[in-house]
Design a protein around this ligand. Structure first.
Ligand code: MRU
Length: 368
């Protein structure tokens, strides 16, 4: 997608052929800074500290982290150490484990002297595959937007989204945003309600930033606004991303998603979840019971960072000193509240049979 007219991906191999460039998402929307990752530890810290974030991008970064590790130590012990360093970087997005398992499976049969080259090749494939998958999601989701547009000729289609499931959360295109970008490209009048997404504000700082740079009309709203908009017919559909989908179709996503799904259900607003197949976790049969929910630092709740009128970046505390805070980063929306899962293989019903029929190879992998 575009930044100031120039095409960018969220992660790439640098010109030197081995180091990895990534947009530092902690600095957006105030500063556009590219970070250079030169070791497996750099990649693990980038994931842990949310320099990169979003389930598919976490997976791609971990894949490059393995490649960086193989450059330094391609032995079996080095492979094991790299896997163990990266797997603990963040707990909820299953794409991290998926990418590391893919890398390990590709590298284990390769002799150590050839492992680094094989690792970069597989990491590049994983990144390319993410872009291709998201293109598929774009086309499958576009049909839903086109159907709504056909029912209100000449009017704007209003989509509500939560958090950032945009190109920044993936390698390119995004998941929830992929159909939006394609609809915009095709000339459909589209407008996006962007939930600010407390506590880290990925909607206000990332989704708004990327939609703005790509010229997609949007409005940032406080997190509590969606229900009101839905009651007044101002949302045609909601599309969100996900960090993990259980085998039964339960959807884990950024905290607050569940409340939007409840509001959508109460107002007959279609509630879609866009996901690439690596986000399905067939090893988890019940999402509410079994998906681990990351709890993050309380400072994300107590503090806010922004630009002052004279251009400085400042962090201020908004909670009384001494008040305890809790910071659950994700919640799980039960499958019964989800209208459909927009995947690269079509729009699926959120249930076990539909997921299993669409992604049989993932079931086999989960059983290993
Ligand atoms: O904590 P984050 O920013 O890594 O959260 C993950 C997300 O970006 C969202 O939950 C997103 O909606 C799903 S990932 C495409």
């Amino acid at each position: 997608m575009k930044v100031d007219g120039k095409h960018f991906r969220s992660i790439w191999r640098e010109r030197d052929g081995w180091s990895v460039g990534a947009i530092d998402q902690r600095r957006l929307p105030h500063e556009f800074v590219v970070a250079r990752l030169t070791s497996c530890e750099d990649a693990a810290i980038a994931i842990h500290d949310m320099l990169v974030r979003g389930a598919p991008l976490i997976g791609a970064t971990a894949a490059y982290g393995m490649a960086l590790a193989m450059r330094e130590d391609a032995s079996d012990a080095g492979l094991k150490r790299a896997y163990e360093t990266l797997i603990v970087a963040r707990p909820t997005a299953i794409n991290l484990k998926w990418a590391l398992d893919e890398m390990r499976a590709a590298l284990a049969p390769v002799k150590p002297p050839e492992r680094a080259e094989a690792a970069y090749a597989r990491a590049d494939e994983i990144a390319e595959q993410d872009v291709e998958i998201n293109r598929g999601i774009a086309h499958n989701g576009l049909a839903l937007i086109e159907a709504i547009a056909a029912n209100k000729p000449g009017e704007v289609v209003n989509v509500l989204t939560h958090c950032n499931a945009g190109w920044l959360a993936t390698v390119d295109w995004g998941t929830a945003t992929a159909p939006i970008y394609l609809a915009h490209e095709r000339g459909i009048k589209i407008h996006v309600w962007v939930d600010e997404t407390r506590p880290r504000n990925q909607g206000a700082s990332l989704t708004a930033w990327e939609l703005g740079h790509h010229g997609v009309p949007h409005t940032v709203i406080a997190d509590n606004t969606g229900g009101h908009l839905m009651q007044h017919g101002m949302v045609d559909l909601a599309i969100v991303g996900t960090d993990r989908v259980a085998a039964n179709g339960d959807v884990c996503n950024k905290i607050g998603t569940y409340l939007k799904a409840l509001a959508a259900h109460d107002n007959n607003v279609p509630f879609y979840v866009a996901l690439p197949s690596p986000t399905v976790d067939f090893a988890v049969s019940d999402g509410i019971r079994d998906i681990p929910i990351e709890q993050r630092s309380g400072t994300e709740v107590t503090d806010m960072t922004g630009r002052t009128a004279d251009g400085r970046l400042e962090t201020v505390r908004i909670v009384p000193e001494g008040s305890p805070v809790a910071n659950y980063a994700f919640d799980v929306t039960p499958a019964r509240l989800v209208t459909g899962l927009i995947t690269e293989r079509g729009v699926l019903k959120p249930d076990r049979a539909s997921l299993a029929a669409a992604f049989p190879e993932r079931i086999a992998a989960a059983a290993e």
